[in-house]
Ligand binder design. Structure first.
Ligand code: ATP
Length: 301
């Protein structure tokens, strides 16, 4: 049961500053670093580290940034489905001040232009029983077309429609929708996670998961609600926790586990990420995700 993650990848350049610059001001940072990011890449790495067979479909440019992205991801999964475009690779500049607040500017030429069904072999590799995972970074018409193609091929579809585009989220071809509480409210207009989850199911999803930060997540499946508490940790940096959750959930589903079991393991994996700085750097290792897998399996015996 392979996982196909379709989405975006970018270089994140993070600058640490004492304060944000004023308009027109040039400010020297206290430090800066490049890393690979993008919700698609983050979720693909998390899924691969659960031991799942992962293929990642995304677009990069033909520049040095693309070479850096390939170099950073090469140990994680097969990179043959990266589509190359005569465009600058996507990148985000992230400025973080002393209080941990951030400003982010993203260049998204590759993601905005990417059409996986036309540009990659996605249709030829999608098969019955596969799991397709998508996020909100591609054009919504492209995302919908991929989800429908995957359903037609007999795959299970997971949509984490983040970041929301402002357009209505189409859940007709979605088996499992995963949103955080803010997104659940933005889509449904309902601040109550359970009612929002029921609304998401009414809109077409077979199951809905609303992640609740330090409160874990709420799973709605077959009309029944399962409240899964978070694992208690000392919080260092919550960024990327949602991506670890989504990627690991997909990865653990390939073990033949139920959605509830997979969500429990994903909550444990996300807690590890919250206890560390960074986004992709905070993703748990293969050894850590295997340990979580063994614990969940032992508990279900
Ligand atoms: P982010 O945008 O920060 O990556 P998100 O907003 O998409 O995350 P959250 O609901 O904040 O999603 O977090 C996803 C999951 O991460 C939660 O369901 C929970 O399991 C875990 N998590 C988040 N914050 C905490 C925390 N403070 N303590 C323990 N687990 C947490």
């Amino acid at each position: 049961m392979p996982v196909r993650v379709v989405g975006n990848v970018c270089i994140d350049t993070t600058f640490r500053v004492d304060r944000f610059p004023q308009p027109g001001e040039t400010l020297n940072a206290r430090g800066h670093a490049d890393g690979v990011g993008g919700k698609g890449a983050n979720q693909a790495v998390a899924a691969a580290r659960t031991g799942a067979d992962v293929r990642f479909f995304a677009a990069v440019g033909t520049d040095l940034a693309a070479a850096f992205i390939r170099e950073q991801l090469k140990g994680e999964f097969d990179l043959r489905h990266l589509s190359e475009k005569p465009l600058p690779s996507d990148r985000s500049t992230i400025v973080v001040n002393r209080d941990g607040e951030n400003l982010i500017i993203s260049g998204i030429d590759c993601a905005a232009d990417f059409d996986p069904l036309r540009e990659t072999g996605l249709l030829t590799v999608l098969a019955h029983g596969d799991i397709l995972v998508m996020q909100g970074n591609l054009r919504s018409t492209v995302t919908d077309a991929c989800l429908r193609a995957a359903k037609a091929a007999g795959a299970t579809t997971i949509l984490n429609p983040s970041p929301l585009s402002g357009e209505a989220v189409d859940l007709a071809a979605v088996d499992i929708v995963i949103v955080n509480q803010g997104e659940a409210f933005e889509i449904t207009g309902d601040p109550d996670p359970e009612r929002a989850a029921r609304d998401l199911v009414r809109r077409g999803a077979k199951a809905a998961i609303v992640t609740l930060g330090a409160a874990g997540c709420l799973l709605l499946e077959d009309g029944a609600v399962d409240q899964i508490p978070a694992v208690k940790v000392v919080v260092v940096d919550t960024s990327g926790a949602g991506d670890v959750f989504c990627g690991c959930l997909a990865g653990y589903l390939t073990k033949g586990w139920t959605l509830a079991q997979s969500a429990r393991a994903a909550v444990a994996a996300a807690a590890l990420a919250v206890g560390r700085p960074g986004t992709l750097e905070a993703c748990p290792s293969r050894a850590e995700l295997t340990k979580i897998m063994n614990t969940v399996e032992a508990e279900s015996l």
